[in-house]
Design a protein around this ligand. Structure first.
Ligand SMILES: [Zn+2]
Length: 265
């Protein structure tokens, strides 16, 4: 692994442009919430009652706001240091928003799966996003702290049509792509600018959940750009296609551990 890390560092230093893809394996592990005692109690209390399903993402948001923890801090710190002074773009499949608090240039980041930063109407009735109503978040927090009963909670609704208000992320009834499309068009323009340039692609932990966003298009870029090189880091799905075998390397490794390895060198 050390040799691969060393080579990667050289490749990035040498590259004119760096494209990073963050996949599912880089996402916050929701099991931490499931193991939370108070959360288990809440699950028992709400049971199958559909009226209270909406509080779960608010509790997820609460967990995310508590802070990233040392491992994640380090991971993003190393990534940031690695990209310092580079012309880069990051495509992330993560919905935990950690990337947005890690000091990257937001104009160089796109997260097409959405996250917890904005909200939308479940039916996307007007094609617009809204801020999270802090009073709803506060109420869920107070319920979590046992300061108010479950029955005191009221689900926030769309100000236009009265439908459920949801976090702008994949999984809502009609996902509002308005949340990322503008950044996506910046990204595709940036990609056009990589043609015939020395491009280093670092794909970290992207499995087969959304291969049309990260894996396949990355392979295609390397296939057409003879000066591109792809690092595919994934504990299981690290394989690369034969047609780009001479310009890519699959690393069977947890992407977080792999990046940690960079710092030790
Ligand atoms: Zn609506």
């Amino acid at each position: 692994m050390d040799r691969e890390c060393l080579e990667l560092r050289e490749k990035i230093q040498d590259a004119e442009l760096v494209l990073v893809g963050l996949g599912e394996a880089c996402q916050y592990d929701w099991n931490a919430l499931l193991q939370d005692e108070r959360y288990q109690e809440i699950e028992r209390e709400t049971g199958d009652d559909e009226r209270y399903v909406w509080i779960v993402p608010f509790l997820q948001k609460m967990i995310l706001r508590r802070g990233r923890g040392e491992r994640w801090e380090k991971f993003y710190h190393i990534l940031r240091k690695m990209l310092e002074g580079k012309n880069y773009f990051i495509v992330s499949l993560c919905m935990d928003d950690y990337l947005y608090d890690a000091g990257f240039d937001e104009s160089k980041v796109v997260s097409p799966c959405g996250g917890f930063r904005r909200m939308q109407c479940n039916k996307n009735c007007a094609g617009e996003l809204s801020d999270m109503p802090e009073e709803s978040y506060e109420a869920v927090l107070r319920y979590y702290r046992r300061e108010i009963p479950l029955t005191a909670l009221e689900e926030p609704v769309c100000g236009r049509c009265g439908e459920k208000l949801r976090f702008n992320q994949l999984g809502v009834e009609r996902y509002a792509q308005e949340g990322y499309l503008e950044q996506w068009s910046h990204y595709t323009k940036w990609l056009q600018g990589t043609v015939n340039k020395k491009l280093c692609i670092l794909e970290l932990g992207a499995g087969m959940a959304y291969p049309g966003i990260v894996r396949f298009p990355f392979e295609k870029v390397v296939y057409y750009n003879q000066k591109a090189f792809l690092y595919r880091v994934h504990p299981q799905l690290y394989q690369v296609g034969e047609e780009i075998a001479d310009r890519s390397l699959g690393v069977a490794e947890n992407p977080i551990d792999f990046l940690m390895g960079l710092e030790k060198l």
